[in-house]
Design a binder for this molecule. Structure first.
Ligand code: CAA
Length: 694
């Protein structure tokens, strides 16, 4: 018994309660308390069975992740589980909230498991780049069907009580108060003479082919990730080795993973994703505004995608468009999108109908007079946006949030068109907005704290990963991408071809290479922006986009035109190399008097990645991004950055900021003034610090 775990007895049953808020993580104090309370229960002659339960909101949600990578203090979690498994008195685990990772593994050390109707169980270790290292890979495939166990371990999914009962992870679901039900259950088990149940003694029969199939799938779906393959190995060991040998091997595989850079990256992302929701000058208890209805101006691709997020969360949406035709077209596209989901069996027709019923439309701004929030989603034109915000200022009720979905324009300037700049905010969705997880919440100079807090909360409701950023051209994600794209384009002119650059970055872990991405997004989009920005361009800097411009002059706008940096066959999204593009690349290089050279994949990765992180450093310096972790969350959720490398800023830390700075200085000498080391990077190197503080 200690501060973290308590013991008491009731009705002949010993109750061991864990109290380590917020999630009862199994830190050293909890582990020690679990052992001493078990000893107390075994020594207590007034009880003949034990119940293990979490205090507060949950059963343990896993090992304490902050302890990983540090010397482990006894007792080790595995020893705790073995102690429960070898207990001379029957033990029932009583689960509410979440029993995850090491938490569920402790429950596997108990004889029986009862959960309340709302509990969830799971082994999410794979998402942290590790495997269930306290016997989970050996016990779960003995307790339930090995194929289902493998799926659960590989997906890291949370399983709700009814399914957990069906799978056999839970033995019973409590209809009443969990502790009372667990005490009663323990009593029943004893009085009925129920057998002790050590999972380690259970038989396992797995078909060998499930492991080969799982490996083939993991190589495709989790390309580049090490943990899934080791999870499969560990579960296969459970089927082919004795329990003790399998457990020993599980530890070896766990140790390899927990000390890997991949796991460091994935653990860092776990905390970065929680940190991103905390805004230093906005207290958690900031009063929020109620958002029960939303207006969207523009029912085009972006407006329609944004609207679907709200309908999915049960929030009604009023569209305002300029013509009935545009309105009908927008609603038609939404309907087709939902219908496609229904036909794939991922949405019921009823659910689709009730979502469609949440949309209404108007050609008149007065339809927005009563909504709690408006999101403007028209094309990027400052004059038009200013006109819209002037109208909104007139028609919207006091307290309504006025948001713009601009991706480039100055929100301070837009807000100044209203008499209520404190109610104006940017919500930068990424296309397709109903699919992409990322939302940049752009806090303008005068945006109210309660507005930021409300939009943060709302973003959770519409299932977005959001980060608060400041106003600048491109905000965080796209501004960084400019640096990255400049390098991809320069590399083309110097000697590489699109397919080589794409392959180097894809093999490194990006979901897609930069040229494939541009073909997907539409090459005309960045072409138009370049044309608009041409008058302000610094003529002393090299211009690496000549090839991209000439491609667009030929109408090669990407997938939608069936040709861009690649060719696309009718109805296919598979890029095919086009010799005409290669010829254009060579022609432009020759035209600029560049002698092409062989460029290594390593140089491609270094130059693109360092350019990305170097702009990231500027954004931190300017306060546009609050933390390195926020940038990494943005790149993970919105740009296909490989999670097992953390994000661009953590990657730079891992390379070593001094190494990166030395390379950037060398690049400046070799390739000219497009390279300029960030002052903030220089400062951190001088102080011996890192971006992430790790
Ligand atoms: N270790 C340390 N801290 C943890 C933690 C853990 N396992 N799980 C959550 N926390 C912290 C969070 O960082 C957060 O801290 P702050 O308030 O300071 O930001 C706090 O607990 C609350 O967490 P959430 O904000 O995530 O709360 P939520 O209610 O949204 O979600 C949850 C709760 C579903 C349990 C979620 O926290 C979660 O998924 N936790 C991680 C579960 C996990 O991965 N477990 C496996 C651990 S590895 C393991 O157990 C290895 C093994 O085999 C031995």
């Amino acid at each position: 018994m200690n501060d973290f775990v308590g013991y008491e007895s009731r009705n002949g049953v010993g109750i061991i309660t864990i109290n380590n808020p917020p999630v009862n993580a199994l830190g050293q104090g909890v582990r020690a308390g679990l052992v001493s309370c078990l000893e107390a229960g075994l020594a207590d002659d007034s009880v003949n069975s034990l119940v293990l339960i979490g205090g507060g909101r949950t059963f343990p949600a896993g090992a304490d992740i902050t302890e990983f990578g540090k010397p482990l203090k006894a007792p080790d979690l595995r020893a705790v589980i073995v102690a429960y498994e070898n207990s001379s008195k029957l033990v029932v685990a009583a689960i509410h909230g979440h029993a995850l990772g090491g938490g569920l593994e402790i429950a596997f050390g108990c004889d029986y498991r009862i959960g309340d109707a709302k509990c969830n169980v799971g082994l999410p270790e794979v998402t942290l780049g590790i495997l269930p290292g306290a016997g989970g890979t050996q016990r779960l495939p003995r307790l339930i069907d090995p194929s289902a166990a493998l799926d659960l371990i590989l997906s890291g999914a949370f399983v709700a009580a009814p399914k957990a009962l069906k799978l056999g992870i839970l033995d019973k679901v409590a209809e009443t108060d969990l502790l009372e039900a667990a005490i009663e259950y323990a009593g029943e088990l004893i009085s009925s003479g129920a057998p002790r149940r050590r999972i380690r003694d259970m038989e396992i029969n797995a078909d060998a082919k499930i492991f080969d199939e799982a490996r083939a799938t993991a190589k495709k779906r989790a390309r580049g990730f090490e943990a899934p393959l080791k999870c499969i190995q560990a579960v296969e060991n459970a089927a082919t080795m004795s329990f003790d040998d399998g457990l020993r091997e599980e530890r070896v595989l766990f140790e390899e993973l927990v000390s890997s850079d991949q796991s460091k990256g994935q653990r860092y992302m776990f905390f970065a994703e929680r940190e991103v929701a905390k805004i230093p000058d906005i207290p958690r208890d900031t009063p929020l505004r109620d958002i029960s209805s939303v207006g969207i101006i523009g029912a085009g691709t972006m407006g329609g995608g944004i609207a679907m997020n709200f309908a999915n969360a049960g929030i009604p949406v009023v569209f305002v468009e300029t013509t009935q035709e545009a309105l009908d077209r927008g609603l038609g596209i939404i309907k087709d999108n939902y219908a496609a989901t229904v036909s794939r069996g991922r949405l019921t027709q009823d659910a689709m109908d009730s979502r469609m019923a949440l949309f209404s439309g108007s050609l008149d701004f007065s339809a927005l007079s009563d909504v709690d929030m408006v999101i403007e989603a028209v094309f990027e034109n400052m004059a038009l946006k200013k006109e819209i915000f002037q109208k909104l200022d007139k028609v919207c009720k006091p307290g309504a949030i006025l948001a713009t979905n601009t991706s480039t324009l100055d929100i301070d300037e837009i807000a100044a068109e209203t008499g209520r700049p404190e109610d104006v905010i940017g919500m930068h969705f990424f296309s397709p907005a109903n699919v992409m997880r990322l939302l940049e919440i752009v806090r303008a100079e005068k945006t109210g704290k309660d507005i930021v807090a409300t939009v943060m909360k709302l973003s959770k409701k519409i299932r977005k990963v959001s980060a608060v950023v400041g106003v600048c051209d491109g905000f965080v994600g796209n501004r960084m991408l400019h640096g990255y794209m400049d390098q991809a384009m320069s590399l083309l002119e110097e000697g590489a071809l699109p397919q080589q650059i794409d392959k180097a970055l894809f093999d490194w872990g990006w979901a897609m290479g930069p040229f494939a991405v541009m073909d997907l997004a539409g090459n005309d989009v960045s072409w138009l922006i370049r044309q608009e920005q041409a008058p302000d361009r610094d003529r002393n800097l090299p211009y690496p986009h000549t090839i991209a411009d000439q491609l667009c002059e030929q109408g090669r706008f990407g997938q939608k035109a069936s040709k861009g940096w690649y060719l696309y066959s009718e109805g296919s999204r598979k890029p095919e190399i086009d010799p005409d593009v290669d010829a254009l690349v060579l022609k432009v290089s020759a035209g600029k008097g560049i002698t092409r050279r062989d460029i290594s994949d390593q140089e491609i990765v270094q130059r693109c990645m360092y350019a990305l992180a170097n702009v990231g450093a500027d954004l931190l310096d300017e306060g546009i991004a609050l933390r390195a972790g926020d940038i990494d969350v943005i790149y993970n959720a919105g740009y296909g950055f490989p999670r097992y490398r953390g994000g661009p800023m953590l990657y730079a830390d891992m390379v070593g900021l001094d190494n990166m700075l030395a390379s950037i200085n060398q690049f400046r000498e070799d390739f000219g003034p497009l390279w300029r080391p960030s002052k903030y990077l220089e400062k951190l190197v001088a102080e011996g610090k890192t971006f992430s503080g790790t």
